[in-house]
Design a protein around this ligand. Structure first.
Ligand code: ASP
Length: 360
């Protein structure tokens, strides 16, 4: 009887160990607690995809390149010094939101009513924690409010007046709608309103949404995207940027993604999550997953994607005539481009052979 009891107790303990082990095996990979910092870090940024930038005056093109370099340098510095991918993503996007050349924060496009409604999202690949805001009207840096939604609310997405009310409880900077308005965006809006043909053309010129993806030296991925949406969009329209899995996604097991382009197309196809899922299920490389989705799922002219995986591989691809973009990594890579053929699209060389998908 006693022996049977001992056997039962041992059996139960054994089962629990297996269960515990099973749990550990199933857990999402996280950076080790004691961080012996890895050398490896990487980041990519975008400032929107659309028409060839050749239609822009050379000075504006140069200003955009300069802004991209400044944002990329800031992100690189944060990552090189051991900062987190979330901090890099937020800071890089804040710089681009503050720059009037981009369609995010200051310089956001106008909606049908002549106002500005801004969307943003951020995601932490370590835990799948994420936060987003949609249709905010008075928040200077929507990406920072999105991060607070992630860390403070227990929700993922707050919209319109609910997001504004939440902003009231934080110290994020607030501004008048006039702060977002620039002469260039007002002219664009007027062109679109006065002429339906111009409308189609402007849709193809949809440059300016901003995004950043990063891998930090702790091994964690993060992604963020911020936008004013599409010129003359219907009041209340929300694009792909703040929708987790559509325009923004990050998972330490696979990759971090930020998209730009015709939001409705990216929403329909859950583009960002699709890329991550292809890596996980098909065990294909980051660049193969990005290329397949862009070529097989989306239509020419739809937009572009920046991505980084857990090994520091970068993929930057677009099916439009141009895309504002940049990439930097621990190997000394630091480059920005706006036209079609300026920088190589994927990382120069694979880091390691074997699976490109960290197993769960
Ligand atoms: N994807 C954004 C939206 O549809 C716009 C853009 O990326 O240019 O709101």
């Amino acid at each position: 009887m006693f022996k049977q009891l001992v056997r039962l107790v041992l059996l139960v303990i054994g089962c629990e160990l297996v269960a515990a082990d099973g749990l550990v095996m199933a857990a999402r990979p996280e950076a080790p607690e004691n961080p012996k910092l890895s050398e490896v870090f990487a980041l990519a940024i975008h400032g929107g995809a659309g028409a060839t930038p050749a239609y822009l005056p050379p000075k504006v093109q140069e200003d955009c390149r300069r802004a991209l370099r400044r944002a990329l340098a800031q992100g690189k510095q944060i990552l090189a010094s051991g900062g987190t991918s979330l901090d890099a993503v937020e800071q890089v996007i804040r710089i681009l939101e503050d720059d009037p050349h981009f369609n995010a924060g200051r310089g956001a496009v106008l909606n049908q009513l002549g106002g500005h409604e801004l969307d943003a999202a951020i995601m932490d690949g370590r835990s799948l924690a994420c936060g987003a805001v949609a249709s905010v009207r008075t928040v200077k840096n929507p990406i920072s409010l999105a991060r607070l939604v992630m860390t403070r609310t227990g929700h993922v997405l707050l919209a319109a007046s609910g997001a504004e009310r939440f902003a009231d409880t934080t110290s994020v900077q607030r501004v008048d709608q006039n702060y977002f308005r620039t002469a260039a965006k007002v002219q664009k809006w007027q062109r679109v309103r006065s002429n339906p043909q111009a409308r189609a053309k402007e849709l193809d010129r949809h440059m300016g949404t901003v995004g950043c993806v990063a891998l930090d030296r702790h091994g964690n991925l993060a992604a963020g995207t911020s936008t004013g949406g599409l010129t003359n969009k219907q009041f209340g329209r929300v694009g792909d940027s703040p929708l987790i899995g559509a325009g923004t996604y990050a998972d330490n097991a696979t990759c971090a993604i930020s998209c730009t382009g015709k939001g409705e197309e990216f929403i329909r196809r859950a583009v960002a999550k699709d890329i991550s899922a292809r890596m996980a299920y098909q065990r294909i490389s980051l660049d193969d997953a990005v290329r397949t989705v862009l070529e097989d799922e989306l239509q020419p002219g739809d937009g572009g994607i920046i991505a980084v995986d857990h090994q520091g591989q970068i993929s930057v691809r677009f099916n439009t005539a141009g895309m504002y973009r940049g990439a930097a990594d621990w190997r000394g890579r630091f480059e920005v481009g706006i036209g079609r053929s300026e920088i190589p699209i994927a990382s120069p060389a694979p880091l390691a052979t074997g699976s490109n998908c960290r197993s769960l």
